[in-house]
Design a protein around this ligand. Structure first.
Ligand code: NAD
Length: 340
């Protein structure tokens, strides 16, 4: 049978992006929604052929435990709510897909992993790029030595923020600014493209605090990661321009993606010295990256395997995120390998 997902949070991602993707899934289906807006819940349930008992309010969330149709809870809420709903889902006996960033602190990530482990439930982070054909092709090319030894990585992600009252610009709900949102793509890409774990980070931030959008959270932040091989990544995120770019420079050429991590329409080039050519990557594991991601967790549950982007992967990123903020604040390099 297809495993059943309950989507928590019917916002632009949960409702606008994820729910339509069940049409492309082979091993997963939508069985319930959790929303603060009962009318919206009723409408979505009707559109997808779900019964009235498939709509839960946040107050009734824990009652999901009594619904055997729900195998997986997908947390599509503001960042500060990820930990609470992941832990409550695990306590209700459900596996969890949690959106990025995993949470807003290392301590929260650790509590989420512990709760899922205690309940013997799987935890996966919504790192969709691991199911996205252009990113998979770039990883394959980098690992196969197509660009030689990777010496430098450049990753840039951002989108322009508007309304200052939105949760992304409220620290209590977002946990931070562009780094917590688009910066996670820059950080993730530097790690999955090199296949290495950084040993040190040096960061600086630039934010116009008079801009009403950025009273509480950072606009632009830039950080360098040093890797054991000697490779360096220059990573950046911002909330005052649209950008979406990954560049890998090796001693034999380059691999470049732009846009790199969008929902669709990504591009990849490889080659050297102005003779780069555009590639068409082979299909990814799903019809779309989202379907590949949704089905991966279902497959892991059935097969008793760990997801390729489990809670530990989110925790690794959050440790580096905390170090990036600390480096920017203290104006010094922070070691990540325990050395002084
Ligand atoms: P959104 O604002 O569009 O939706 C958030 C949802 O949470 C809304 O339905 C809102 O009603 C609900 N909500 C519940 N309590 C709330 C509260 N106290 N304040 C505000 N909203 C509350 O946001 P989104 O863009 O859908 O983002 C949701 C999560 O998904 C975030 O963690 C974000 O980082 C992640 N996301 C991931 C991707 C991706 O490509 N993987 C893309 C977009 C968003």
């Amino acid at each position: 049978r297809k495993l059943g997902y309950a989507i928590v949070g019917l916002g632009s991602y949960g409702l606008g992006v994820i729910i339509p993707e069940f049409a492309h899934c082979q091993h997963s289906k939508l069985v319930a929604v959790v929303t603060g807006d009962a009318a919206k819940g009723k409408r979505v349930a009707a559109e997808h052929g779900l019964g009235a008992n498939a709509v839960y309010s946040y107050a009734r969330f824990d009652e999901i435990r009594n619904n055997p149709e729900i195998d997986i809870v997908y947390v599509c809420l503001p960042n500060s709510m990820h930990a609470e709903y992941t832990i409550r889902a695990a306590k209700a006996g459900k596996h969890v897909m949690c959106e990025k960033p995993m949470a807003i602190s290392v301590a929260e990530c650790e509590a989420m992993i512990a709760a899922c482990r205690k309940a013997d439930r799987k935890l996966m982070i919504g790192y969709r790029c691991h199911f996205e054909p252009f990113n998979l092709e770039a990883m394959r090319l980098a690992r196969s030595g197509a660009a030689g030894k990777i010496r430098y990585v450049r990753t840039e992600h951002g989108f322009t923020q508007g309304d200052p009252s939105k949760w992304r610009l409220k620290r209590a709900l977002s946990g931070g600014g562009s780094l917590m949102d688009m910066g996670v793509y820059s950080l993730q890409a530097a790690r999955y493209m090199t296949g290495e774990e950084p040993i040190a980070v040096t960061a600086r931030e630039s934010t116009d605090r008079n801009d009403p959008r950025f009273r509480e959270v950072e606009d632009m932040i830039e950080w360098n990661l040093e890797f054991p091989s000697g490779a360096i990544a220059g990573c950046q995120s911002m909330y005052s321009a649209n950008q979406n770019h990954i560049l890998l420079m090796g001693d034999k050429g380059r691999i470049e993606l732009e846009p790199a991590t969008r929902y669709s329409g990504n591009h990849i080039w490889t080659g050297k010295d102005g003779r780069e050519r555009e590639l068409t990557p082979p299909p990814g594991p799903g019809v779309t990256q989202f379907a590949g991601q949704l089905d991966h967790l279902a497959d892991c549950i059935v097969a008793g395997r760990e997801p390729i982007v489990g809670g530990e992967e989110g925790l690794r990123d959050m440790r580096i995120v905390e170090a990036i903020y600390r480096s920017a604040r203290e104006g010094r390099t922070i070691r990540l390998d325990g050395r002084a």
